[in-house]
Design a protein around this ligand. Structure first.
Ligand code: NCD
Length: 328
């Protein structure tokens, strides 16, 4: 079964070589690249809504998923993205591979490189791990989340979700709320949203703000209702308990009372405001199920759908870049 001709022609017309060999940080992108990537991703959304979803843009290419940290949606969406573009996809599980026997990240990279992957998707607890790998392999490295540093494809899929809900993101006020200190999602979103002209606010208790937050160049609020006042988008972050080695919050009940998003607090945002969350959610901790599951306000399921399309756009565009470098 082949996809609708108009859809695949549209995708081919929007393809462009990625501006860099790797995607480790959103800071390597410029506004026109972001717009071109999201335009391409829009076309992939159309493809993904058809019965026939596979193209041959990555035929012959090998994609390796290397996830040193747990993941449900990010890993499966990269896998689906690679498969829908026709690549051979391998999921390496470092917990059962030689890494568990003490092999270093560099040894793993060198070993993998000998198998000639074209695209290496990496998630690692160490900030900067994808950059280190990028220096050791000949294919393209995509950062799927490194420590508390960056998660570029999450910020891109969040932006695609906002653009489809509101149109231009440059006019939006986005309140990013909760555990900013431990969040790579917040870091990539602040960088990408401010680059595209959006007004960004960080909202949360002082204990969950990063130490040098005053240098991030965005407003910081320590009162939830004030922080989301008039916001178009309220983006909730997961309380990252696995990254906390001390007590950052008195109790989950207290946290929900002050920082958990429910319909009452949401009333302070702009009428028509949308709610986002990268998942996985701690229901009843940072977000109330009544809000998360309300299709009138929640973009959470859209974010998951956009994740596959954005990752297809990134992979297809990186493959174009590899073709160009090979002089084909
Ligand atoms: C995020 C991550 O892993 O950084 N999740 C995701 O990619 N969907 C956010 C989180 O874990 O809270």
């Amino acid at each position: 079964m082949t996809p609708n001709r108009a859809v695949s022609d549209d995708i081919r017309a929007r393809l462009f070589p990625f501006p860099a060999r790797h995607l480790t940080t959103v800071l390597d992108l410029k506004p026109p690249h972001v717009t071109a990537l999201l335009d391409l991703a829009d076309a992939f959304v159309e493809l993904n809504r058809q019965t026939a979803k596979t193209l041959d843009l990555l035929k012959g290419r090998t994609l390796v998923n290397l996830f040193f940290e747990n993941s449900t949606r990010t890993q499966s969406s990269f896998e689906l993205a690679g498969k829908r573009l026709g690549a051979d996809v391998v999921n390496m599980n470092p917990r059962t591979s030689s890494v568990a026997k003490g092999e270093t990240l560099i040894d793993t990279a060198v070993t993998l490189n000998a198998m000639k992957p074209d695209l290496l998707v990496v998630r690692h607890a160490g900030s900067g791990a994808p950059d280190l790998l990028a220096r050791k392999v000949s294919g393209s490295v995509v950062n799927a989340g490194d420590g508390q540093h960056e998660h570029p494809t999450q910020a891109l899929l969040d932006m695609l979700s906002m653009r489809r809900a509101f149109g231009d993101v440059g006019n939006l006020t986005v309140a990013i709320c909760g555990d900013v200190a431990h969040s790579r999602v917040a870091r990539s979103n602040v960088a990408l949203l401010t680059m595209m002209g959006a007004n960004v606010r960080l909202v949360g208790p002082p204990t969950l703000m990063p130490p040098a937050v005053d240098r991030w160049g965005v407003e910081v609020h320590h009162d939830m209702r004030k922080g989301i006042e008039g916001a178009d988008v309220v983006m909730m972050l997961r309380l990252q308990l696995e990254r906390m080695d001390g007590a950052f919050v008195p109790s989950m009940r207290e946290y929900f009372r002050f920082w958990g998003l429910d319909h009452e607090k949401l009333k302070h945002a702009k009428p028509g405001a949308k709610v986002m969350h990268p998942g996985p959610m701690n229901r009843g901790v940072e977000i109330d199920s009544d809000v998360a599951d309300d299709p009138a306000v929640s973009l959470i399921q859209d974010q998951v759908e956009m994740g596959v399309a954005v990752r297809m756009a990134v992979l297809a565009s990186l493959a174009e870049r590899l073709e160009q470098e090979a002089g084909r």
